[in-house]
Structures are given as structure tokens and as C-alpha cells.
Design a protein around this ligand. Structure first.
Ligand code: RIB
Ligand code: CA
Length: 307
């Protein structure tokens, strides 16, 4: 039985890799992809999502969401992902793609969740603006949400400020709304994503996997994440997908997480470990197995696409 998921995303180079892995994972049924302003503006994140789904030969619907955070002004990460959001890579753009819904992401999220026969897993890998709007506007969806597996936050440190991870920093008010809800959350924060490092040798191996390998390699050659080194980089968002397909590779700890929304520590996810907490913080990962999964994913996608 496949796990029904919805990915809320701000592609974004690591988002592209995570979405690709999800779309070809036997364990997952990607019901919908919703876009949010984050790494780059909403027009580019939406175009990137539509162009990627089309490039991969899939028909997963895409719905455009919030262009700005709830209260703050959008802070983007064009330095890391390029102005387009996908580095120097150029998709063959399809005008007026049928993949793009005419409805707002929040409406599509509501419909997809309420119409699902199985409780849905939400996989936000960008700022949480759409998810917060959904929970406030349509709280009835909570009865059919299995859990939220998100990339964001950090028990220790930050990558946009010394104490805040980018997704939480961009929209701390949305993050507070989501973390304050009593929905089960699996938090793939920097504590684990900075361990899941992919080497340039791994990328070189994937380069030979046809058009999908070329795409990933071209994008990653641009990806100048704050945590990147000469020989390694963290594909942050991919952690959520490999957690869903290979949960046994990860170690978690229960906690309550409070998001700071104002002042110099805005976006900080203050983590209080306790057994009653509704947040499971991902702290450990089998790094070697994670890298093998990363390479195996793109080998499989190449074999399926055949070019
Ligand atoms: O901090 C990493 C996160 O911020 C990832 O989701 C990346 O895509 C950026 O959105
Ligand atoms: Ca992202």
C-alpha cells in the first residue's frame, strides 16, 4: 500500500532532487505538489515544479500557493539556487501546462486531503506559509492528515542566521502555527541534513545517468549552499523522502518545539525533549546508506526514463 503524500515546496535545487526521488519511489503516491515563495519567488518556484514534473513524464498536479510569508517580507536564497531557482539549468518550458491547477494551493490541499481514502502525509520542504493557511482556514483537514514530515529547523545552530534555519526564518509565524498544532510532526532539521552529505564523486557517478543525471549534475554544480565544501554538500530536502522510504536509517527523539517569531532569534526552533512531545526530531542517520539510496534513486530513474 503506497503512502499518499503531498509535497509543499520552493524549488530550489534540493527540492528538485527530493521531488524527483518522491515521484519514482515505489512506496509513495504523490497526490499533489504545491508551491510557495522561498528559495526564489513564487513564479519561478511554480514554473520549476511544473517543468520538472513534465520533464520526468509524470502527471502529478501542481498548484501555486503563497508568494509572501504571513507577515514578514520574503527573503530568498538566489545566491544558493540562482535567480531561476535551478542554477544554470534550463527546462524545456511548456506554456500553459495542463499540470498547473487554476485553484490556489490551499484549496487544492484541502480538497486532496479531504477526498483521500487514506490519511495523507504532508511533506513541506520550504517555508510553511501554505500549511499554516490551510490549518487556519480549513481545520477540518486535520482529521485526515497522518503526519507532517518537514525539512526545517534545527536543535542547534542555523544556516540563515546563527540560530535559524532558512525555511523557519522566512516565515516564523507560519512555522509557529504549524508547530503549535497537535499534529504529529517529523522534523528533518539541520541536525540530520548536515550529516547527509553527498560527495562530488557521488554527483559525478549520477552525471552518467542520462538526462536526469545531467539535470541533477548541472544543478548541483551551481548549488552553493552555506554548508557546501569543495567535495561535499547537503541535499537538505531529500532527507524527508528517504525518511519516508527508509525510516530505519534514522534515529529520532520526541520533543516539543517552540518557534521564535520576533527579534534577533526569529525562526529559531527551541527544542524541549520530552516523551509526550508531538514532534519527533530526526537526529541520526546511516550516512553511507543514505548516499547509496541517493545514487540508486537516480540510477533507477534513468532506467525508467530510458534516456
Ligand atoms: O535550509 C534548507 C532549506 O532551505 C531547504 O528546504 C532549501 O531548499 C531551502 O528552502
Ligand atoms: Ca526547499
Amino acid at each position: 500500500m503506497k503512502t499518499p503524500i503531498i509535497i509543499d515546496t520552493d524549488p530550489g535545487i534540493d527540492d528538485v532532487i527530493a521531488i524527483t526521488a518522491a515521484l519514482f519511489a515505489e512506496e509513495l503516491d504523490v497526490k499533489l505538489i504545491t508551491t510557495v515563495g522561498g528559495n526564489v519567488g513564487i513564479e519561478n518556484t511554480t514554473n520549476n515544479a511544473v517543468n520538472l514534473v513534465d520533464f520526468l513524464g509524470k502527471d502529478t498536479p501542481v498548484a501555486k500557493g503563497a508568494d509572501q510569508p504571513l507577515l514578514n517580507k520574503l527573503v530568498s536564497a538566489t545566491k544558493v539556487h540562482g535567480e531561476s531557482g535551478v542554477g544554470g539549468y534550463h527546462f524545456e518550458t511548456k506554456e500553459d501546462s495542463v499540470l498547473l491547477s487554476s485553484k490556489h494551493a490551499v484549496e487544492e490541499l484541502r480538497d486532496a486531503i479531504l477526498h483521500s481514502n487514506e490519511p495523507v502525509t504532508l511533506v513541506p520542504i520550504g517555508p510553511l506559509t501554505n500549511i499554516a493557511l490551510l490549518l487556519k482556514m480549513y481545520p477540518e483537514v486535520k482529521r485526515n492528515i497522518k503526519e507532517i514530515v518537514l525539512m526545517g529547523g534545527a536543535v542547534k545552530g542555523g544556516n540563515r542566521t546563527p540560530v535559524a534555519e532558512f525555511n523557519m526564518f522566512v516565515d516564523p509565524h507560519a512555522a509557529k502555527i504549524v508547530f503549535d498544532e497537535r499534529i504529529n510532526i517529523v522534523m528533518c532539521g539541520l541536525d540530520v541534513t548536515l550529516q547527509t552529505r553527498i560527495s562530488t564523486d557521488d554527483v559525478k557517478e549520477i552525471e552518467g545517468y542520462g538526462k536526469v543525471g545531467e539535470m541533477v549534475s548541472q544543478m548541483l554544480s551551481y548549488y552553493d549552499s552555506p554548508s557546501s565544501t569543495e567535495t561535499e554538500m547537503s541535499i537538505h530536502d531529500l532527507c524527508t523522502i528517504i525518511y519516508l522510504t527508509r525510516p530505519e536509517l534514522f534515529g529520532l527523539k520526541r520533543a516539543t518545539v517552540n518557534v521564535v517569531t520576533e527579534g534577533e532569534a526569529s525562526g529559531c526552533t527551541i527544542t524541549h525533549y520530552n516523551e509526550e512531545g508531538h514532534v519527533q526530531v530526526v537526529l541520526d542517520v546511516d550516512v553511507e546508506e543514505f548516499r547509496r539510496e541517493f545514487i540508486a534513486t537516480f540510477k533507477k530513474v534513468h532506467e525508467i526514463l530510458g534516456n
